[in-house]
Design a protein around this ligand. Sequence first.
Ligand code: ANZ
Ligand code: ZN
Length: 877
Amino acid sequence: MQDADAHADTSYDPAAIEPRWQSAWADADLFRACRDGRDKYYVLEMFPYPSGNLHIGHVRNYSMGDVVARYKASCGFNVLHPIGWDAFGLPAENAAMASGGHPKDWTYGNIDRMRAQFRSLGLSFDWSREFATCDPEYYGQQQALFLDMLEAGLAYRKSATVNWDPIDMTVLANEQVIDGKGWRSGAPVERRELVQWFFAISEMAGELLDALDGLDHWPDKVRLMQANWIGRSRGLQMTFPKADGVTAAGAFGAAFGKGAHASWPEGVDGIEVYTTRPDTLRGASFVAVAPEHPLARALAGDDLDLAAFAADVRRGGTTEAALETAEKRGYDTGLTVANPLGGTLPVWVANFVLLEYGTGAIFGCPAHDQRDLDFARKYDLPVIDTFVAVDSDARVGAEAFVPPKTEIVDYIDNPAGVTRATGNEGIEATIDWAEARGLGRGKVQYRLRDWGLSRQRYWGCPIPVVHCDACGVVPERKENLPVRLPDDVEFDTPGNPLDRHPTWRDVPCPKCGAAARRETDTMDTFVDSSWYFARFTAPRADSPTVTDDAAYWMNVDQYIGGVEHAILHLLYSRFFARAMHRTGHLPAAAREPFDALFTQGMVTHAIYKTVRDRDGRDQFHYPAEVEVRDGVHVLKDDGRPVTVVPSAKMSKSKNNVVDPQAIVAQYGADTARWFVLSDSPPERDVEWTAAGAEGAHRHLARVWRIAADVARADRPANDHDVALDRATARAVAEVTEGLDGFGFNKAVAKLYEFTNAINKSDAGADARRHAMRVLAQLMAPMTPHLAEEIWHRLGGEGFVMRAPWPKADPTLLVDDTVTLPIQINGKRRSEVTVAADADRAVVEAQVLRDAAVLRALDGGAPRKLIVVPGRIVNVVV
Ligand code: ANZ
Ligand code: ZN
């Protein structure tokens, strides 16, 4: 036996190998996808935002996709593996504002840099299909889709309450409001009424929810997050009729409260509420409406205090989270409604009631809802139990009593006569009771709101309509698409530059020709990423998709991306696929566009920090400033001890970012790819360490040397060696299993083993060459350049990716021995390895010689000795 490491002739030089193979692949157009008679496989990684530089998280994401793409190609599939750029968005405008350039130049410059970085990683993208969402050829087709959706009633305009940033002068998405302030400007966000464009996603809430069940190859957590976001609930919609009495009112501090002067507006007979806990009706102590509810508006007409209260509430954001944490505040209108169970309830306007959910009005039951309880405590409203816990004295106290709806409780005077039942049973019975008396009707409600897509920004897809005084909203003619963004814009004043661009904005009406005005809102950038996967199937077509191409390439067989997109991006894409089907742009089968989804973990890195004497603040150090002395991390400079925070998210401000370009320059792309795939399961985070990268590189260099040794063929030829054949078969079987099941780290571990097996093997030259070629094939999805070079040097034909994936000879996989665990008195204590076909007596004899068994028997005989052949041995002493 000899170790190849002993006499290496050439050394591993990725800087020479990698660019050479990248050009060879490009020259052979190896990754271009064309429709043919084979089965297709469409693998897609979420396309990147062109921020300017790849980060190491990208390397992991795209390496995983590349493994799948190359592996499936070797398995004979016609693989589609495209890439593009999610290129519209605010950062480009911010950069233009900060440094005076143009968003377009900034964006395309970044794309050029990142494309080069992608190429240096050797990713098997079909570059012929590349596009950026800011290409007019792309967003023009998006405008065509929009017009079709407008016609189909899937896009519409309505007035809506939005988060308005008064400094940036723009609408903010809920996620852009942080602690009630604009995420960029830091200005307190206001609520505003604006006419906005919407997609009718809520109309599909039910089917989007139900279809989640069919997505077997999606992570459960993502399906659950989507289900929660859609938020189906069943409840009761009921009306509280108006009553004559008025309350003493005057509860909003000393200043607010209408008191005895209030009267019902003309034509209003009561208040309709939506409740998911009708079983708590007995505990209702007030009714509340949203500040923008028609009743509140009508009353505010001649109640200045109420108008002032509503205006005050408007100064908070509209997010649910903001409302959840904001102090509960209300205004007593002085009006009352009748409770069908007797008595009257006061009517309030409350800041925690949302206009857009249910009916924009509620009844409050403080005993069983925390918000209602906070409200009741503040304004001194009654707290009435409607049910209590069965076996404990848990009930409303400092906190509301809110048991899960599946828990059994004891009801108190439930109107439907329910006594001991689960909340769900109580709810259903009370709905039946209310329906039977005509008090209301059962209703399924979704939390999902329609998708507001209007953005008052420049760097986005223009909404292709024109506003005409005579004709109203007029769709742009399709032959005039794309409606291009004008290039000559200024970013020196806040607000939307399109609003101040007269020659772009002022156009004749497409219908009557009169002077009219272009829509200056652009689309939410989530629109751009909601159909790019479909566009990749025919990226240059002059319609959004092409029937035959979509039919052949859709669906995406494997989608890969970060879990941060678990909700919005995936939900919007699912909606768009449905909308595109309805408008004739996708086949029915593509309504769920992603057959399988994989969400990968992050690449993390330790943070090194010390505390600064001057002000006690943390100071962060680059890895290069730190070394280990006697097992302790210290600063190289002055030996001060460093605190290590392991496996932290990378962040520039914490000095713990690894730059893929530096890694590629130092070790090569294959090392970077191998490392990010190796250390932990793909769904988990992997911690980048210098030692780990070094180790990955050493391994690849070792594979290189072993290959060189094998290539020398200075041994007697002999093409069979049972041990090596077995090791090869096992490696093929297990690596294949790893790749099929997203167990890339397991596949990598197997490849380490197989490398050792080849190195140690004393088989003849041909057998070793064969094994080495198989190793190259198995490594090719992860380290394509090294694999290609080895394959080539060992006489492999063509490109390694084109070589058919090896198959494991099943007869070589059968082990001739088995290892059985030995349990002593029910605990696993040892194991025994015997011939696979050994009979019971042989196994028993060997068990009785086992050291752990001998110790336990202590000279005696076992009370029982049970051999379950092939499985386990039980010894009772
Ligand atoms: C009475 C009640 C009693 C409620 C109780 C809850 C607990 P989910 O289940 O998430 O759908 N609600 C209804 N419309 C609202 C609105 N526009 N703004 C704020 N809150 C609203 O939430 C439904 C519950 O949230 C409803 O059930 C209603 O309060 C409140 F012990 O009605 B409930
Ligand atoms: Zn007109």
